[in-house]
Design a protein around this ligand. Sequence first.
Ligand code: NAD
Length: 337
Amino acid sequence: MKVLVYSAKDFEIPYLEKANNRKHELTYVKEALSSKTAMKAVGYDAVSIFSADDCNFMVIEKLKSFHVKYITLRSTGYDNVNLRAASRLNIRVANVPAYSPHAIAEHAASLLSTLNRKLIVSNERVKRFNFDLNHLVGFDLNGKTVGIIGTGKIGTVMAKIMHGFGCKLLGYDVEENKTLIKDYNMDYMSLKMMCQKADIISLHLPLNENTHYLINEDLIEEMKPGIVIINTARGAIIDTKAIIKGLENKIISALGMDVYENEKGLFFKDASQDIPRDELFIKLNAMPNVLISGHHAFLTKEALTNIAETTICNLDSWEEGKANENELIANGLNLPI
Ligand code: NAD
């Protein structure tokens, strides 16, 4: 199968090459898929995309007119693909449902610890031989109450990590995880009640029409003053303007984020010589109690190996006409916006 790999990063190509083992004809382009770059897919059977690619209605129509039959995502989240349009135009879409929930959950825990123990400031001081300890006071995670919003694959690993730190666990999900209740004393409750009780909240939901701006001004007003929020899920689950307000009025004491509402076109490239005029991001980035990573929670060797192997497996099953358990529409999953 001829496959155009959009948004190809140098670090992932060796993993894809190894998993492919010359079965499919892979061509790599650095550009993200968009209505401008869709033309590049002429003559290909399939495209492979990542989370910064924009596979909206117009792009899907273009892909269809170029006879592209398959879209394989190298990500778990698929909020950037208009699945309804793909389904209507008979383009098959698959993702990588679980490449390493540990990679993301461990990153969320790292953001929390780094923020709490002020490791960035501490390290910046030590690099300059400044061993002053003022303003470096954190808190014990042991005994704190952590709200896990979304207790699927990643949220479950995060819950287990936090349990290891000695935290009490609160959960919010449309489906309760019985193992977390039985073995980790997770207490499921409404979002509002969780916000009133939790010292820390970590988000592990997909972005869809029900979760867009789930964390909004009204909910932030319910939160326990001093709460720490960690978001490794999708940026638009949080209303960025509302979270900035929450940080300014000190309801939120710290924010760790690997994803940002307007990250498309901003993340995944070196913009240091042409700083984007994104006022919300600039404001967040300037706050000392906000720690931002550029959507790299997935970036472990294990995750890259699994992403590459599942991507090739998706292509193999389509080429061989076999059932593909990673197909999004066939599985009847929640349709993203
Ligand atoms: P998952 O499907 O295993 O878990 C998601 C959970 O959210 C499920 O338990 C589901 O019931 C729950 N849920 C869905 N909609 C809900 C709603 N409206 N209200 C309450 N609960 C709801 O997914 P996962 O593998 O744990 O991944 C979670 C998300 O993490 C992905 O959708 C993706 O957006 C994000 N992610 C980010 C990165 C990164 O690099 N930062 C990497 C992978 C995944």
